[in-house]
Design a protein around this ligand. Structure first.
Ligand SMILES: Nc1ncnc2c1ncn2[C@@H]1O[C@H](COP(=O)(O)OP(=O)(O)OP(=O)(O)O)[C@@H](O)[C@H]1O
Length: 298
């Protein structure tokens, strides 16, 4: 088997008495599009900071493409591009200057061809000469992506790259990141947009209070955790609740079930109970339901 793109073994991190990471083990293979999901404060950013060497874990080891992030920091860093969550820039540099400086950190001198290619892919060519302080939030975020790519790292970690980016740009950004993945880059993504994670990620880890509470392919997570649902609006919602449904607003009652074959029997029981069916909607399993269920069970 080839070297994993990312290998995390037994990583713990405390901030004072707060346990931000409680023994995380995780491997991400080369070429994967991987999602790291979890509620606010679950430890996603701490884990990413540990990968990029900004946070020193209390225990455990992390490696990028086989390079330990502490013992072999330079090589680990060379193999990793991180798009951070926070927008922090020197406001006086232009976009191109910033990307040249970033290239310099990695000892790369004439990098303008690649910089032009990145700028074009991110629809930033017309802003190459603009000072950072003159860019909108969404443009700054795209510059962060560009910055992470100047040294052509095989492993790219994006911490909520689409926060504050409008729908059109978001789609452009995903197209670009998908292309990077097709070209062989390993992508690790954190996002609170679960429909994006569902559409993009082949495998997903869910983090809660510093622990991985689910880890599987997206398809398996959808199969294993999510149930189908049927929402019915009833003249007598109470009778639906008596049959095991959970009451919502405006006479709607929700039923969860494993397969569509159960729907017929449920409708028959509602009829027998005289519940008075007014309207109904079928719900497909989606990652948002899975996420809620995983977090409740964990
Ligand atoms: N430098 C720090 N000092 C003290 N506590 C910290 C520090 N950084 C993070 N924490 C705490 O560690 C926990 C994990 O935070 P982290 O930022 O990793 O979560 P996250 O999953 O990235 O959350 P979000 O989705 O909000 O970005 C939180 O309780 C946070 O308050």
């Amino acid at each position: 088997m080839s070297t994993p793109a990312i290998r995390i073994q037994g990583v713990s991190k405390h901030y004072g008495s707060l346990k931000a990471l409680g023994g995380v083990d995780l491997e991400v293979g080369q070429g994967e599009f991987f999602g790291l999901l979890g509620p606010n404060g679950a430890g996603k950013t701490t884990l990413i900071s540990a990968l990029s060497g900004l946070v020193r874990p209390d225990s455990g080891t992390l490696a990028i493409m086989g390079h330990d992030v502490v013992a072999d920091y330079r090589n680990a860093r060379r193999n990793l591009g991180v798009v951070p969550q926070e927008l922090v820039f020197d406001p006086f540099f232009s976009v191109r200057e910033l990307l040249r400086i970033q290239s310099g950190y990695f000892g790369i001198r004439s990098n303008d061809d690649w910089i032009d290619e990145i700028l074009a892919s991110l629809d930033l060519t017309h802003k190459a000469g603009a000072n950072m302080r003159m860019l909108s939030g969404g443009m700054k975020r795209r510059v962060l992506v560009a910055q992470a790519l100047v040294h052509r790292p095989p492993v790219i970690v994006l911490d909520e790259p689409t926060a504050g980016v409008d729908v059109e740009l978001r789609q452009g950004l995903w197209q670009f990141i998908r292309k990077l993945n097709r070209d062989g880059h390993t992508i690790v993504l954190t996002t609170h947009y679960l429909e994006e994670a569902e559409a993009l990620c082949g495998r997903i880890a869910m983090l809660k209070a510093g622990r991985i509470v689910a880890l599987d392919t997206t398809a398996n997570l959808l199969r294993r955790f999510a149930t189908h649902s049927l929402a019915v609006r009833l003249e007598h919602p109470g009778r639906g609740v008596e049959l095991g449904g959970s009451a919502g607003e405006g006479g709607w009652v929700d039923f969860a079930f494993d397969s569509y074959t159960e729907v017929e029997a449920l409708l028959a029981r509602l009829r027998e109970a005289g519940a008075g069916l007014v309207e109904m909607r079928l719900g497909e399993p989606d990652l948002e339901r899975v996420f809620v269920e995983v977090m409740n069970r964990a």
